[in-house]
Design a binder for this molecule. Sequence first.
Ligand SMILES: [Zn+2]
Ligand SMILES: [Zn+2]
Length: 163
Amino acid sequence: MKKPLQIPVNSIPDLGKDVSLDLGDDWFRHWREEDQGLEFNAGDLTGEVRLEKHGKDILVRGHLEGHLDLACSRCLDYYAAPYTSDFDLLLLPGHEPLAQEEELTAADLDVDFVAGEDVDLQGIIREQIILTVPLKPLCHEDCRGLCPGCGANLNREACTCKA
Ligand SMILES: [Zn+2]
Ligand SMILES: [Zn+2]
């Protein structure tokens, strides 16, 4: 079965192609199944991606918004963390990613390469989310975390260490 969100390069018209995204439970579940080390549980994102041909290169501009279910770094509870991100990526056919010093159309573009006939939007979006997911998410700014002694979740339980 073909992976979702594979966009054939030859389906991108000269004027560009817009792809709207609606990434819900199924999308995240498949990701979890393929990547056991994933640090978040689920999510719900919408957004859009614009693909433009520039000669043989393909410019990918995307926007994602919604939430990810992240484990709080203090109390370890999952919570719905608001998430937005924007990305610009330049895909070069058959090339290794260009070194930073080499001339680019825009200095702040990330460069990737097209491996085949399709633009792997699924892979691009997964990578973007992994790169931008917060490293130390907090369910609340004043989350009280777990007691290091008894392990009680101090947001909702009393510490029993004194007993
Ligand atoms: Zn917390
Ligand atoms: Zn305790």
